[in-house]
Structures are given as structure tokens and as C-alpha cells.
Write a protein that binds this ligand. Structure first.
Ligand SMILES: Cc1cc2nc3c(=O)[nH]c(=O)nc-3n(C[C@H](O)[C@H](O)[C@H](O)COP(=O)(O)OP(=O)(O)OC[C@H]3O[C@@H](n4cnc5c(N)ncnc54)[C@H](O)[C@@H]3O)c2cc1C
Length: 481
């Protein structure tokens, strides 16, 4: 995702240094930082902690707990680690990220892991590479793709950009972005630009995203406004390298169905009725998994927790990847094609191979309502429709003509069995207060992590997920000390 790039590029959402408080400082603790460090380590060894889910949050929490001396097990429903960090190998001459792609900002533990610990090479994502799909904001006919500087000549376009720039400063009633846009007096032709830059970036669409929630989350963003991509590694390789010591503790194909915390020990039961005992549990599953009641809790979760997950959104989203015989977009755009925004049906797409490989690849990033529409089709139909839209964007049926056989891959996150959606977003009637409730521990024995529990503005990101892992471990440790 290219989330926040645009907003931050324009300098509106870069917050005054918001302290990343205890998260990062606590992360620097080591086993000997207490007066009686050795005793503490011994004490922690007596505690078995089970982590549910081996995505970024679960892996970090597991690794960190093990470093602190705890006895750790990680139960993962799927047959792989990484969760929403996942790539496609063998499709092109480089690995393509199917989930998280960019590292947002350089002020995070995740950025430090990537650069200082795993020492991965990065490409900084340029800030000036936007192209906009012309939808009647000019009188001229061809070509339909316009660079940002060209687009800036047109009033409806600049008014839309102002709308996007001002969205993080919104302080009116709690409405969807679309409701506020519809009363802004801006031509409806600009809908696609506003949706591509706001709703889609937040993993949804403007008709679902709360503009107030967007502003609230953006004000807390503190990881910095640059974005990076890995040059010659994948995000999963980074996770696997950093967390190598905890990988043997991950038990795959183990879907937790029940968590009974009524007794002295917490008992977890998996899909095969096998049970596991723990003193503490950290739950890192995606929001949809909690919403859908995959896990039966005994006693039931408090009503505040149920309210919390009901008031945070998470919907479908797809990344459809296309491989072509030629980078035809180079003929159409005078400059390098970065992100293309503004087409209603395909809110954002970008050329994926820059700085990574030679095969001409376009990734389409279609979140929320539009993503769910493609998800409801057969793969073949989705391919045909999206390709047709690429033809509209680039003209002359060039996309259809250049597509290679087997040059299509659809990653439908709504259909990933244990994820079932893209990432969490603020809904109307919601707010960070609900993320805080979602994050709160239950009886000092169940702890909650995962991107949706980030209440300081970094939800929906990998670095945010990692920060929640750190927070949950800190809370767990405090429950013992
Ligand atoms: C298309 C897309 C693009 C994105 N782009 C970016 C980006 O560019 N930059 C960025 O920073 N972030 C991006 N994100 C968001 C980022 O991927 C997530 O915020 C982050 O990876 C979430 O990590 P997590 O640990 O919270 O959850 P997950 O990675 O979802 O991990 C949760 C794990 O729990 C497991 N699980 C579920 N149910 C059970 C159960 N009952 N028992 C046991 N295990 C269970 C799941 O299988 C999963 O492995 C993107 C996400 C998507 C989908």
C-alpha cells in the first residue's frame, strides 16, 4: 500500500514529534536491567505464554518474551508465518509483495530492524511520482494520464487536492469522507482522486471511512513521512531473519478455537480438539477473526471488548498483479510512472519493478467496496474486468495486448481464510477510544496485540503491529512483577 504517502508528502499530516512513549524505550530493556535481573529471568521461566497468531505482532511478541526469559509457544492457524506479510515468488524476476509492501517512516522499531539489524537495502519511494487519471478535469482528450504538475492547472483537481490536504485537519461532525466530499461543491468527477488518496489508502473506501477518525489517527502518526521499499529482499525474509530464534516455537496449522481462562491455568483448544495450557495468552489475530467469533472465550469477553471490535472497520481488499511483455507505460508518460490514482474502479496502481527487477509488472491496489466487488467474481472475470479498466487507463487496448500468458495473480485478502480482510480503518461512530478498549488486557491474563489494537495512529501497518507486540509484552510483564 502506498498509505499516507500523499497526505504526508503534502506536509499536513506530519505531526509534531509525538512521543512513541514506552514502546520503544521498553524495547531496549534487557534481562539485566532490574536490580535482581537474574531472579526475574528465573521467575519468567516459570511462565508459559501462548501467543495466538504468527504475523508481525505475534512474532515480535514471541521473540521479545523469549529474550526476557519466558517459556513461549506460538499457535498459528495457517501453514505459514507472516500473516499479512507475504510475497509471490517465481512470477517475475523479483519477489512481489502481496500484502504489506512499504516501510512507512524511519522512526520505528520496524525501520531499525530492517536497516540496522537485518541491514536490508532500501529504495526510498519518490514523492513526486504521481499520475492522475483524467476524468473530465481537462477539456483535452488524450492521453488520459496526467502528471501531477499538469493536473495542477485545473481548478477541480486542485480543489480536490486541497480537500485531501485538509481531511487530516477535519474537526466537524463524525461523517464519512464521502458525505463531506459530496457537500464540498467539488465535481463528482473528482471522486476517484479523493477515494484513491484517502479511502483506498486506509484500506477501505470513502463511503466507509470516517473523516474524523482519519484526522484523529493522522494527528498521532509519529513514524515519519518517508516511505521505503526493500530492494532485494522481501518483508517476510526480514521477519524470518530477525525472529529466527522464535520460529521453532511456532506451531503451524493450529487454529485456536477456544480460550478458557476460568481456571488457574488458561486452556486453549485447537480445531482438532487438542488442548494447550498457559499462564498468560497474547491474542494477535486480525480484527475480523474476533468480529466473526472464530474463538470462543470462557468467560465471554467483556462487553467493552465486544463494543470495541464492533466499532472498528475491516473490509475486503485485493492486490491484482499483472506481468506484461513490455513496459508500455513508458511510452505514455514522459516521466517515470509511480502511482496512478483517480480511476474509480482501480483506485490505485503502480509499477512494481522499479529498483527491484526488469520484468514489467503493474500492481493494482483495490480496497474496500471496489475490492469486494472483484472478490465476488471468479478469478477469470476479475482478471478480465481489471484488465479492461487498465485498457481504459492506458488507452488503445495496450494492457490486454501486452499481457503475458500466466501474467496474472490475484491476492484476495478477503478470502484469506484466517485474515478475511485488508486492514482496520476508522468507522463513523468509532474512534481511537475503541482501539484502546480492544488493546486492554482482560483479568491481567489475556493480552491483545495486532495492528487493529494500535491506538497511537499506526494501525494498518507493520510497524504499528510490531509496536502492539511490544506493548502487550510490557503489559504482560507488569502483570507479573
Ligand atoms: C494488501 C495490503 C497491503 C498492505 N500494505 C502495507 C504497507 O505497504 N506497509 C505497511 O506497513 N503495512 C501494510 N499493510 C498492513 C500490514 O500488512 C498489517 O498491518 C500487518 O502485517 C498486520 O500484522 P498483525 O500481526 O497485526 O496481523 P496478521 O499479519 O494478520 O497476523 C495475524 C495472524 O493470526 C493468524 N490467526 C488468525 N486466526 C487465528 C486463530 N484462530 N488461531 C491461530 N492463529 C490465527 C493468522 O493466520 C495470521 O497469521 C498492508 C496490508 C494489506 C492486506
Amino acid at each position: 500500500m502506498k498509505r499516507r504517502k500523499f497526505i504526508q508528502q503534502l506536509g499536513y499530516a506530519v505531526p509534531v514529534a509525538f512521543a512513541l512513549p514506552t514502546l520503544i524505550s521498553s524495547c531496549k530493556k534487557n534481562n539485566n536491567d532490574d536490580d535482581d535481573g537474574i531472579t526475574t529471568v528465573k521467575k519468567f521461566k516459570d511462565y508459559t505464554v501462548i501467543i495466538v497468531g504468527a504475523g508481525a505482532a505475534g512474532l515480535y511478541a514471541g521473540w521479545y518474551l523469549q529474550e526476557r526469559g519466558f517459556n513461549v509457544r506460538i499457535l498459528e492457524a495457517s501453514d505459514r508465518v507472516g500473516g499479512r506479510v507475504r510475497h509471490l515468488s517465481g512470477f517475475a524476476d523479483f519477489d512481489i509483495e502481496l500484502g504489506a509492501e512499504e516501510i512507512h517512516g524511519n522512526n520505528s522499531e520496524w525501520y531499525r530492524i530492517v536497516t540496522e539489524q537485518v541491514k536490508a537495502n532500501l529504495n526510498e519511494v519518490p514523492k513526486e511520482d504521481f499520475y492522475f487519471f483524467k476524468q473530465d478535469f481537462t477539456d483535452q482528450d488524450e492521453p488520459a494520464l496526467k502528471s501531477e504538475s499538469f493536473s495542477n492547472q485545473f481548478q477541480e483537481f486542485t480543489k480536490t487536492i486541497q480537500f485531501v490536504e485538509n481531511a487530516p485537519l477535519y474537526s466537524g461532525p463524525d461523517l464519512t469522507v464521502e458525505s463531506v466530499f459530496s457537500t464540498s461543491g467539488i465535481s463528482w468527477n473528482m471522486f476517484g482522486v479523493a477515494n484513491g488518496l484517502l479511502g483506498n489508502e486506509f484500506g477501505t473506501s470513502n463511503n466507509r471511512l470516517s473523516i474524523k477518525g482519519l484526522a484523529e489517527e493522522d494527528a498521532r502518526w509519529s513514524s515519519g513521512d518517508e516511505s521505503y521499499e526493500l530492494k532485494d529482499k522481501t518483508l517476510l525474509t526480514v521477519l524470518e531473519t530477525k525472529f529466527a530464534a522464535i520460529l521453532p516455537k511456532v506451531e503451524l496449522n493450529t487454529q485456536v478455537k477456544k480460550i478458557d481462562y476460568s481456571g488457574d491455568k488458561i486452556t486453549l483448544t485447537d480445531q482438532q480438539n487438542k488442548s494447550y495450557q498457559a499462564d498468560r495468552v497474547i491474542i494477535t489475530v486480525p480484527l475480523t477473526v474476533l468480529k466473526d467469533g472464530d474463538i470462543n472465550f470462557n468467560p465471554g469477553l467483556p462487553s467493552t471488548k465486544v463494543d470495541a471490535y464492533s466499532n472498528i472497520g475491516m473490509g475486503g481488499g485485493v492486490k491484482a498483479i499483472f506481468k506484461f511483455s513490455t513496459a508500455f507505460w513508458n511510452e505514455i508518460t514522459s516521466e517515470k510512472l509511480g502511482s496512478v490514482i483517480g480511476y474509480n474502479e482501480v483506485p490505485e496502481l503502480w509499477a512494481t519493478n522499479y529498483g527491484r527487477g526488469n520484468d514489467p509488472i503493474l500492481t493494482t491496489f483495490i480496497m474496500g467496496e471496489k475490492g469486494e466487488q472483484f472478490s465476488s467474481m471468479s478469478q477469470q472475470d476479475a482478471k478480465g474486468f481489471i484488465l479492461g479498466h487498465l485498457d481504459n487507463i492506458f488507452g488503445n487496448n495496450i494492457a490486454s495486448q501486452s499481457l503475458l500468458q500466466d501474467g496474472f495473480h490475484l491476492m484476495d485478502w478477503g478470502k484469506a481464510p484466517f485474515i478475511r480482510g485488508a486492514y482496520s480503518y476508522p468507522m463513523v461512530g468509532g474512534g481511537l477510544i475503541f482501539r484502546k478498549e480492544l488493546a486492554a488486557s482482560v483479568s491481567d491474563r489475556l493480552f491483545f496485540a495486532g495492528e487493529a489494537t494500535h491506538y497511537d495512529g499506526h494501525s494498518g501497518t507493520v510497524h504499528g503491529a510490531i509496536e502492539t507486540g511490544i506493548r502487550a509484552v510490557d503489559e504482560l510483564e507488569s502483570s507479573i512483577l
